[in-house]
Ligand binder design. Structure first.
Ligand code: UDP
Ligand code: MG
Length: 317
């Protein structure tokens, strides 16, 4: 297999997935064998603290189609899939979660559409099974909110489970953004895109590696990478508030100059001051989110650091 041209690279990010990697590898292998195309499976270990790495290393020993990129620490899911793409060599690349929530069989449909000439085939979740009401609700809200907030046409209910052609992958390599929202970048690039529908399955084993904190960061990255709208909303709200403040100021001056009713009003003063301070802090926060990301870009640190690689025979990079 080593010298054959690889048709399909499968990119699988893993973070503390000792309970699922073996099964995940088995299912991916089964499906790819049935597809009849040459392939490689690239696991990116995103700083797992369990046995994930040793399990993958063992698989690597017996199966040379499996490769490992081992990060020096946890860099996040979006960075992990970026690394997988960077080191992939297939004519197309499929990104899939390790927990088998994205059914591997759908990859065959993706390959089918790719052969028909599509450059991007994304998986659209028509149903989510075995996830909490909270996860479903936040996901549903997130995709719709993102649609309103951004100008790029990012498909609703599509995750990172998708196939991309080599040319899309190469184009993506030229994007060096630090706080990445990969699926948004892929939509932004254009090309010929289509979707396949699938039902998201319950996790095979283990628990989600996306706690609320990571979800919030992810949502902020998604919105700030593709939209200035939060900043615009901040400035419009500012203008509107100044307008009302000005009117109120005229009223206050009138009371002071022409009437004797100026002492009461402690409540309204405090109410206005509290409200306005809150709004101002919120807007500063929004601006801060952008500045923080500008700072990340300016530092220009590498996206990820690799501790070790396995089964990559050529010394790419
Ligand atoms: N993952 C990762 N780094 C992280 C978090 C998650 O590589 O910091 C991987 C994880 O191992 C899995 C995939 O990303 O293969 C999706 O994560 P998960 O299934 O936990 O997210 P959910 O499906 O609950 O949104
Ligand atoms: Mg999952």
């Amino acid at each position: 297999m080593a010298n054959d041209k690889i048709v399909c690279s499968i990119v699988v990010p893993v973070f503390n997935e000792e309970l699922v990697v073996n099964e995940s590898y088995k299912r991916l292998k089964e499906v790819m064998e049935s597809s009849g195309v040459s392939y490689e499976i690239i696991f990116i270990n995103d700083g797992s603290r369990d046995k994930t790495v040793s399990i993958i290393n063992k698989i690597c020993e017996v199966d040379k189609t499996v490769r490992l990129i081992d990060f020096s620490r946890n860099f996040g899911h979006q960075v992990a899939i970026t690394a997988g793409m960077d080191f992939s060599s297939g004519e197309c690349v499929i990104v899939i979660d390790a927990d088998l929530q994205d059914p591997p069989e759908v990859m065959l449909e993706m390959l089918e559409k790719w052969r028909k000439g599509y450059d991007v085939v994304y998986g659209k979740r028509v149903k989510r099974r075995g996830e909490t009401v909270f996860k479903k609700a936040t996901a549903m809200f997130f995709y719709r909110f993102l649609k309103i907030m951004t100008d790029v046409d990012i498909p609703v209910d599509a995750g990172d489970f998708r196939l991309i052609d080599r040319k899309v992958c190469d184009a993506l390599k030229k994007v060096h953004e630090k706080n990445r929202f990969v699926r948004g970048l892929i939509s932004w690039m254009g090309f010929k895109q289509t979707s396949v529908e699938f039902e998201r399955q319950p996790r095979y084993a283990g628990v989600t590696k996306y706690p609320l904190k990571k979800m919030v960061k992810f949502a902020f990255d998604a919105i700030t990478s593709f939209s200035y709208k939060p900043l615009k909303i901040a400035s419009y709200a500012g203008i509107l508030l100044s307008f009302f403040s000005f009117i109120y100021l005229v009223y206050v001056l009138y009371l002071r100059l022409f009437t004797a009713r100026t002492v009461p009003g402690w409540t309204s003063t405090l109410a206005v001051s509290l409200l306005f301070n809150g709004i101002i802090l919120m807007m500063l926060g929004i601006i801060g989110e952008y500045i923080g990301r500008i700072y990340d870009e300016a530092k220009n640190r590498p996206l990820y650091i690799i501790r070790e690689m396995n089964n990559f025979e050529d010394e790419r990079k």
